[in-house]
Design a protein around this ligand. Structure first.
Ligand SMILES: [Fe+2]
Length: 383
């Protein structure tokens, strides 16, 4: 039985080399006058912040820059930013950078437009007042946040990632300029790219998947699987970078309706507790989760294996094993740790991590029912 769907992307996607140059024009079209430019500190050195400022000023738009947040922005950073920015009469927001910049832009939007605390917006559709219009400009290929109406903000106290969704938290425009992704450092290419790979694989098997998310997941997987190693070997491979950026965007679109699964649920506690980079945590867990889910999802995993031409036989479990091997190979190409022990996680900590993984929102969409005992099993398999 196919799942029904109700889909309309609220985000206009402008893709192509040089599309970043249209930032001023597109902002003007949306009626921006005083824009908050949210970009992580690391991005200032690339020159993109200055370029964005110049493009906006040339379009008579006043720019207020905000860089006071770290990777995986948390509730305290967003609240502090909001206190500082509230008096500035901002009428629009531009998120420029990786997932952290875009999540921070969305988080600030909730508080600047609707007040309260980030926790108030956990779930979907909690913003009662109009939110500010936003443009997203990703400079990494991975998160897919530019395609989503969810902000993912770490709860500074409760050790969970809060997923705050609202139709208005989606960007009005996503500018997808592959040229901007050429500046990603190797380690970012590896971890962000693996994040996108995990999105493609997880969205393809969730309980919420539908015929449309399948289209996005499959095309994302096809593009990402084929190009991940290419851009790691040659960072200036423009066609490869463009394919990675599109793949990440399609995977983001898949998440919007299909959600995610056990890999993300188990990865979040590693990030919150140990500061493990999101994509690096996923690389340690995804092969184990694919194996763990194979009793209920082998047929779906087999489709991905056949799509990547890594298995041509008729046995779905064998095909799933080839997928596991391929994912491990991709993680190796990205020089990412293969298991939790290699990353220095202590075995004695696994039950604590499992208790936290079971509280993560994304686990509920995993194809095989996922709870604390399940999380412990996944961690053991990934150890
Ligand atoms: Fe992710």
């Amino acid at each position: 039985m196919m799942q029904s769907f109700d889909f309309q992307s609220p985000t206009r996607a402008v893709f192509g080399a040089g599309s970043f140059q249209r930032l001023g024009e597109l902002s003007r079209e949306l009626g921006f006058h005083r824009s908050l430019l949210v970009a992580d500190r690391g991005l200032v050195a690339t020159g993109y912040v200055e370029q964005a400022t110049n493009l906006l000023r040339a379009a008579q738009i006043e720019v207020i820059a905000f860089h006071d947040f770290e990777v995986n922005p948390d509730t305290q950073m967003i609240e502090a930013g909001c206190r500082m920015l509230a008096p500035r009469e901002i009428d629009s927001i531009i998120g420029l950078g990786g997932g952290s910049s875009m999540d921070c832009a969305k988080g600030l939007n909730f508080l600047l437009s609707n007040g309260g605390r980030i926790q108030d917006y956990r779930g979907y559709g909690k913003a009662e007042k109009p939110m500010l219009p936003m443009i997203g400009v990703p400079t990494t290929a991975g998160t897919g946040s530019e395609a989503q109406s969810y902000a993912v903000i770490s709860d500074a106290e409760a050790h969970v990632k809060l997923a705050c969704g609202d139709p208005q938290a989606a960007f009005r425009v996503a500018i997808l300029d592959p040229e901007l992704t050429l500046s990603q450092p190797g380690a970012v290419t590896a971890t962000a790219g693996f994040d996108a790979i995990a999105h493609a694989v997880e969205t393809y098997v969730t309980t919420k998947r539908n015929p449309l998310s399948d289209v996005f997941s499959r095309e994302a997987w096809r593009l990402l699987e084929r190009n991940y190693e290419r851009v790691l070997i040659d960072p200036q491979d423009f066609a490869g970078r463009a394919a990675m950026q599109l793949g990440s965007y399609f995977a983001g679109l898949a998440i919007e309706s299909s959600m995610l699964g056990a890999t993300h649920a188990c990865a979040n506690p590693l990030t919150i507790r140990y500061g493990t980079t999101h994509g690096a945590a996923l690389a340690m867990l995804l092969p184990a989760v694919v194996r763990w889910n194979s009793s209920v999802a082998a047929q779906r995993y087999a489709e991905l294996a056949r799509l990547a031409n890594i298995y041509s036989g008729a046995d779905d479990l064998e095909a799933t094993e080839s997928l596991v091997r391929r994912l491990t190979q991709l993680a190796t190409a990205g020089e990412l740790n293969q298991n939790l022990s290699a990353a220095g996680v202590r075995r004695a900590e696994l039950p604590v991590l499992a208790a936290e993984a079971a509280k993560q929102w994304t686990g509920q969409f995993n194809p095989r029912p996922f709870d604390q005992a399940a999380a412990l099993e996944v961690y053991e398999w990934a150890y």
